[in-house]
Design a protein around this ligand. Structure first.
Ligand code: SF4
Length: 485
């Protein structure tokens, strides 16, 4: 089977929209791409699962991608299925002017065809619309029966009842108006991409904010090589990225080139001095004042939440943040509250949590945004426990304030102010176990819920508890460190 003469895949076109160089590298030097980071891996996995689920809205279709992985065969197979009047086709493959697209779901009814592009997200982004309009452009030109293409996203207001209602879980929006208005745009852009391929010269595109929009570029590691050294302006913390690009484009590429007048706030210049002199910045008065509020019996806390795109527990909404693990660590005390959530076990977890923190005067966390959001949600959900939860919220102290309010900065933090970085720099003896990050914990929790082998299941639970308690211990030890200052 000869390969189809296609120039652009949907992914290639989206890269071209982000940056002509990214597109060129993607086509000619794909091996220069960065490895998939855990966040992207999870996004892909989620997209795949949601895409398969959406197929059930139009059941009984034929999945072209399960018949062949070869584009030329997929084109032929799609044509064959249409000729055989197959009413529903998944991953139907089409090509126009060298643009190859695979349509998530294609349905035929009364001799008219409707296409559906599924996204595992609540919002419709500009990138999604472009992606959908490109498919519309191709379908309009090659499929006479084509009527409309719908962008299918998850409806955030949906609440799971006794059973999953797919029609209510998903919402669809017609792309017809937008796509029709932009047919010329796609025609032109496809031609431009074609010209770029024909020239066969790597475009000289400088790094810029486009490297992060709409997604962090796959060739980030390649183009940014050497740009992120300790002395680079991109290592300057607490400064907006656009401002850093302003410096960079005006020829200020290293930190020693910066002067006080380049900063909006004087303390940013103090941080610069600390980086250049390789000495930590310590505002003892500020630390002392913050510390004076953390009184009595102290506990460090950390929460892990589970937020499936498709709700798994009755009464839950898509992407709802459901706490499944709360770690508590204090002087001679270490305890993890864990939920498998066979059904919604939040009520029981909240009761255990309230009981476990009773008798403590201060609860210290690192970046309290998540904890506060979860506590507020639990207050609404369980009004009978709202008073207890409110009093816990009043006892919360955020260790991150010492960093965000510039009472402490170490040059080795560079631009990364996460708890992991802080503990690695300030507590060099500190180490994490099997699970190393919150994202990893989330995927281990998914694995745990699906695991049937009790021994392996128990091991996964141990890893999760250990991870969460390590975060708590890091907070507790950092607190001790700041006290010692
Ligand atoms: S890293 Fe930036 S400049 Fe390099 S290819 Fe990607 S978007 Fe273009």
């Amino acid at each position: 089977m000869p390969p189809p003469n296609y120039l652009l895949s949907k992914t290639g076109f989206m890269k071209f929209e982000q940056c002509s160089k990214a597109f060129f590298l993607y086509r000619n030097f794909p091996y220069l791409r960065d490895k998939l980071d855990p966040e992207k891996q999870q996004r892909f996995k989620r997209g795949h699962e949601v895409g398969e689920l959406a197929q059930h809205i139009f059941p009984g279709g034929t999945d072209v991608s399960k018949i062949t992985g070869n584009s030329a065969e997929a084109l032929l197979k799609t044509r064959e299925l249409i000729e055989q009047k197959c009413p529903v086709i998944y991953e139907a493959t089409f090509m126009h002017q060298g643009v190859l697209v695979m349509v998530d779901i294609l349905c035929f009814e009364n001799n008219s065809a409707q296409a559906y592009e599924v996204k595992s997200s609540l919002k419709v982004s500009e990138a999604y619309v472009k992606d959908a309009c490109l498919q519309y452009f191709v379908l309009k030109n090659v499929l006479p029966q084509f009527e409309d293409l719908f962008l299918v996203t998850i409806d955030g207001s949906y609440e799971l009842g006794d059973e999953l209602d797919l029609k209510k879980l998903f919402r669809k929006r017609s792309m017809k108006e937008k796509a029709e208005a932009n047919l010329d745009y796609f025609e032109t852009r496809v031609k431009e991409a074609e010209d770029l391929i024909a020239q066969n010269i790597t475009p000289q595109r400088e790094i810029g904010p486009h490297c992060f929009k709409p997604y962090t570029c796959d060739f980030f590691g390649h183009c940014w090589q050497g740009k992120l050294s300790d002395q680079s302006v991109f290592s300057m913390p607490f400064v907006d990225k656009l401002k850093v690009f302003e410096w960079y484009n005006s020829g200020i590429t290293t930190l020693p080139q910066l002067s006080e007048s380049d900063f909006a706030k004087p303390w940013q210049h103090t941080i610069l001095q600390c980086i250049l002199n390789k000495k930590p910045f310590i505002d003892l008065d500020g630390i002392r004042q913050w510390m004076s509020r953390v009184k009595g019996k102290v506990l460090a806390m950390d929460m892990e939440v589970w937020n499936p795109a498709v709700p798994k527990l009755k009464g839950c909404k898509p992407f709802e943040q459901i706490p499944f693990l709360i770690g508590l660590y204090g002087e001679g005390y270490s305890h993890a509250l864990f939920c498998e959530h066979h059904e919604d076990e939040r009520e029981q977890l909240t009761r255990q949590f309230i009981a476990a923190v009773q008798g403590y005067d201060s609860i210290v966390v690192y970046d309290k945004t998540l904890e506060v959001a979860v506590l507020k949600d639990l207050m609404t959900r369980f009004p009978e426990m709202a008073e207890d939860l409110k009093s816990i919220q009043h006892k919360l102290f955020d260790l991150f304030e010492l960093i965000s309010k510039n009472h402490y900065y170490h040059p080795d933090f560079k631009n990364n102010l996460s708890l992991k970085t802080l503990s690695a720099v300030v507590l060099p003896e500190f180490s994490y176990g099997e699970v190393q990050s919150g994202l990893e914990a989330l995927s281990v929790y998914d694995e745990f819920r699906q695991e049937n082998n009790p021994i392996h299941k128990d091991l996964l639970k141990q890893h999760l508890n250990e991870y969460c308690l390590n975060d708590c211990r890091a907070v507790f030890e950092l607190l001790g460190y700041f006290k010692s200052l």
